[in-house]
Design a protein around this ligand. Structure first.
Ligand code: ATP
Ligand code: MG
Ligand code: MG
Ligand code: MG
Length: 506
């Protein structure tokens, strides 16, 4: 919604295309793998979250239509156009919130009860039914594409492709990717347009009362569409003020919708994932994808399949838009995802190093027609993924051995050994380039937890050391010290050490 902020805030310049815009629809690429809306931990383990997904949006500006019409049209599209069984639909509405000083959204409730029985129209708290700026939009802010670490001179820095500035109405008509946020002068923040929302959920099983499973993380009762009624602006003091006009912003997950329309129990069983699973299976000696969710070995394999397929899409799409894996900020989000995929692929699926880059052409083949930028940038994406994967593969082997010998090997027996110590987690992070969430994942698989408080203290100490080294370097003007400081801060951000030392794991 970033592009439309000037309209919501009443600042669109009269006489321009933006001010003249009354409705719009789009398909937007979303990445949710960092910050407060971080779906990364769920991805692979459940069947309906991706780190990258496509969100279908529809928009009403300046009251062109509002709540009642948005609900009517949503119901009409799902039931009369797509033919979805209305007996499986549930709707939620904002149940009011004392802290926000807002009453329940009775209007939305009444609109829904015209279509659904009262028991399937459910009031929910602000957590699920009051929409505010979310993290994936911040992820998509322009610095994603420009961020790179000055301490990584060996890596090629890929600049975003030149932008052809389009007339505003054209931009609005084709805002389909995060890259075009460059077009907007408005930056996302914790302030901004917001409002109550009403969501549509679907029961994949049917013929039962599933109302208690709505918003309860049940893989068979999933949220498919969020209708947001934008009518407030949150200012710098966190107060809500009414906007000059009311607007609608809706978002529906394409993969979730397709899973319903194709009669599947999982997003990963829709057509677009089949070529990816086929390609992974042809490189993995452990057998094909089985479509299971649970805790035993076969489901760990399926989790790995889902994560690798998902992450291949995320990396390919983000790199096509000019983002680059990096040691810090948003670039580190991509590096973490790539390392997570590399570990799942090599350790769990027993694929050879280099397998991940081979998935890029599969993503390009599957999505290239709709997203020509994938085709255009394919060679560059393969190069970056290959290089990233190779540089981590050596560390990965050592890290897995270290984890098996020094961490897991000690687990049995004493209860205290079921906690990975901070220094071991930090060694994996700092010396072997294991993002902490990767170590956490491996610890969970081994029935262990990590001393995260201790780990945070190690990180703090590392930052302090690096700051002191930097200050000392400046004071003494010594080139060598500057270099050390730079490398230390790079490592603190999770980079891989450039040189090999002779010890067993590092
Ligand atoms: P959930 O509660 O399932 O995590 P959400 O409330 O965080 O979803 P919204 O922010 O309301 O999702 O996004 C609008 C729509 O986008 C959702 O209704 C859903 O269909 C889809 N969606 C959200 N997150 C994901 C994801 N990680 N993967 C696939 N689709 C998603
Ligand atoms: Mg979510
Ligand atoms: Mg939700
Ligand atoms: Mg939602």
């Amino acid at each position: 919604m970033n592009q439309f902020k000037p309209i919501f805030l009443g600042r669109a310049v009269p006489g321009t295309d933006l001010a003249a815009l009354s409705t719009a629809c789009n398909s937007q690429k979303c990445i949710r793998a960092g910050g407060k809306h971080n779906d990364l931990d769920d991805v692979g383990r459940d069947t309906y979250h991706h780190t990258f997904f496509e969100m279908l949006g529809s928009w009403s500006f300046n009251g062109s239509y509002f709540k009642a019409e948005a609900i009517d049209m949503a119901y009409d599209l799902l039931v009369n156009v797509y033919g979805i069984d209305p007996g499986r639909l549930y709707a939620t509405y904002f149940a009011g919130d004392e802290d926000l000083g807002l009453a329940a959204d009775e209007e939305a409730r009444e609109c829904w009860t015209r279509y659904l029985p009262e028991g399937r129209v459910i009031g929910c708290s602000a957590k699920d039914n009051f929409w505010e700026v979310s993290e994936e939009m911040k992820w998509a802010s322009p610095d994603v594409f420009l961020s790179h670490s000055p301490s990584t001179p060996r890596r090629r820095i890929v600049r975003p492709p030149p932008i052809r500035i389009r007339p505003t109405h054209e931009a609005c008509a084709c805002i389909s990717d995060v890259f075009r946020l460059f077009l907007s002068s408005e930056k996302m923040g914790d302030t901004g347009p917001c409002g109550p929302c009403s969501e549509i959920h679907y029961d994949r099983i049917g013929d039962r009362d599933a109302s208690s499973l709505v918003n309860a993380d049940d893989p068979d009762v999933i949220e498919i569409w969020n209708l947001v009624f934008i009518q407030f602006n949150r200012d710098e003091t966190s107060k809500l003020a009414s906007l000059p006009a009311r607007h609608v912003d809706t978002g529906m997950g394409l993969e979730r919708l397709c899973s319903l329309l194709q009669g599947r129990r999982s997003n990963y069983d829709i057509d677009v994932f089949a070529p990816l699973f086929g390609a992974i299976s042809s490189m993995s000696p452990v057998g094909p994808y089985g479509g299971l969710v649970g805790d035993d070995d076969s489901t760990l394999r399926d989790t790995a399949y889902r994560a690798v397929a998902d992450h291949a899409r995320t990396l390919t799409f983000a790199l096509a838009d000019g983002a680059v894996p990096d040691n810090e900020g948003r670039g580190y989000v991509l590096r973490r995802i790539l390392r997570r995929a590399t570990r799942y692929g090599q350790q769990i699926l027993k694929c050879e190093p280099g397998f991940f880059a081979k998935l890029v052409p599969v993503v390009v083949e599957t999505f290239g027609e709709a997203y020509p930028e994938l085709v255009k940038n394919q060679a560059n994406i393969i190069d970056i993924v290959m290089e990233e994967e190779q540089s981590f593969s050596t560390m990965l082997d050592r890290g897995i051995r270290y984890f098996e010998d020094e961490i897991k090997g000690e687990k049995d027996g004493e209860e205290s050994k079921k906690v990975v110590s901070a220094d071991k987690a930090f060694f994996l992070y700092d010396t072997l380039g294991f993002p902490i969430d990767l170590t956490e994942l491996m610890a969970q698989e081994a029935g262990m937890t990590i001393d995260m408080v201790g780990f945070a203290a190690e990180m703090e100490a590392q930052k302090r050391r690096s700051r002191e080294a930097r200050l000392a370097a400046r004071g003494m003007g010594g080139k060598r010290l500057e270099l050390i400081a730079e490398q230390t801060s790079w490592l603190a951000d999770g980079g891989i050490p450039a040189t090999d030392d002779s010890s067993k794991y590092s």
